[in-house]
Design a protein around this ligand. Structure first.
Ligand SMILES: Nc1ncnc2c1ncn2[C@@H]1O[C@H](COP(=O)(O)OP(=O)(O)OP(=O)(O)O)[C@@H](O)[C@H]1O
Length: 307
């Protein structure tokens, strides 16, 4: 049976009065390519930002390989606070901690809800990368003035024990040599070894996008998150990217979770699709199910075709 590598449970992300993501519960299984689609502003990138630790969600839990690594519990509601206060008042001088302890030991019903809340968990993006989740961004974020090889090598240092600083002073020559060898090997596999000494910004647009993916791969992920990898690409570049994603997925044994607006790519490559609209999950299913889902056609696919 397939095992989920990523799971979000009831994730909510609010920015002031805007609920960017509401009650997002998704699962991505090992070896799958799953797409997250929906109109502009639907909350897709926000979901990626929660999964990769850029934002701390308002509430909800995110699991990697079955273990929670992000968990936010909402602050107590006004009613809960009032119930707790009433319990404290009835407690004849007992303090809040004692009430909560009594509640947890079943001696009192009051406050149990609060006590039973799980502690919050948050991880920084770099720790999440080390966990095995890598991502690319909507807008290309390469070191534009460095070579293709240097871009990959720097990303390799995310995985090293020594870190980037020691790389600069070449503190650990053996490890450095090994990283260079493995950067060369990665460029060979992704078909960029012919341009390894080129300056990143001098590459054609499609290749810069491939390099972005190569940099993400350099951190040795199991799960690769791609945020609009085909943005700005022409049909030929999009076709090449489709093949590229398939081939790196197979070569590196990856699971892929992808945000994309190019529906040809999404429908061709995805095993399953989730559809967001105004932060809500309005549909999930196979490409065929999604293409025939009237709610998705009304909110997104029909609008795209007419655009
Ligand atoms: N940092 C932020 N502060 C305030 N509001 C935000 C922030 N980030 C996103 N939002 C809002 O959250 C909502 C969802 O935005 P998000 O970028 O996640 O959508 P999206 O589906 O990725 O859109 P697109 O397809 O255009 O990239 C939007 O209303 C956006 O304005």
């Amino acid at each position: 049976m397939s095992k989920n590598i990523l799971k979000t449970e009831h994730v909510v992300m609010k920015f002031g009065g805007v609920t960017a993501v509401n009650d997002l519960s998704i699962e991505v299984n090992e070896g799958e390519i799953v797409a997250l689609i929906g109109p502009n502003g639907a909350g897709k990138t926000t979901a990626f930002n929660v999964i990769t630790g850029v934002y701390v969600p308002t509430s909800g839990t995110v699991y990697y390989e079955g273990k929670p690594y992000v968990r936010s519990t909402p602050k107590p509601t006004r009613e809960e606070r009032a119930a707790l206060k009433a319990a404290i008042d009835r407690g004849n001088g007992q303090d809040e901690k004692m009430i909560l302890e009594a509640a947890s030991q079943g001696q009192s019903g009051e406050g149990r809800e609060l006590k039973e809340r799980q502690p919050n968990l948050h991880m920084t993006p770099d720790r999440i990368t080390k966990l095995g989740i890598a991502r690319t961004f909507q807008n290309i974020r390469l070191f534009k003035d460095l070579t293709v090889f240097e871009n990959v090598l720097i990303a390799k240092h995310c995985r090293s024990r020594a870190g980037v600083l020691s790389a600069m002073v070449r503190a650990n020559l053996k490890e450095e040599r090994e990283m260079r060898r493995s950067a060369e090997e990665l460029l060979e596999i992704v078909g960029l070894s012919g341009v390894k000494d080129e300056i990143a910004s001098s590459l054609p647009y499609g290749q810069q996008r491939h390099l972005e993916i190569a940099r993400a791969l350099a951190t040795e992920p199991k799960l690769l998150l791609l945020d609009e990898p085909a943005a700005g690409m022409n049909p030929q570049e999009t076709d090449e990217l489709t093949e590229f994603i398939r081939s790196v997925k197979d070569s590196f044994g990856l699971t892929v979770f992808m945000i994309e607006h190019h529906m040809d790519l999404v429908m061709e490559i995805s095993d399953r699709i989730y559809v967001l609209d105004f932060g809500e999950t309005i549909a999930k299913g196979t490409p065929e199910e999604i293409q025939n889902n009237q709610r998705v056609i009304d909110a997104y696919l029909g609008v795209q075709e007419n655009a």
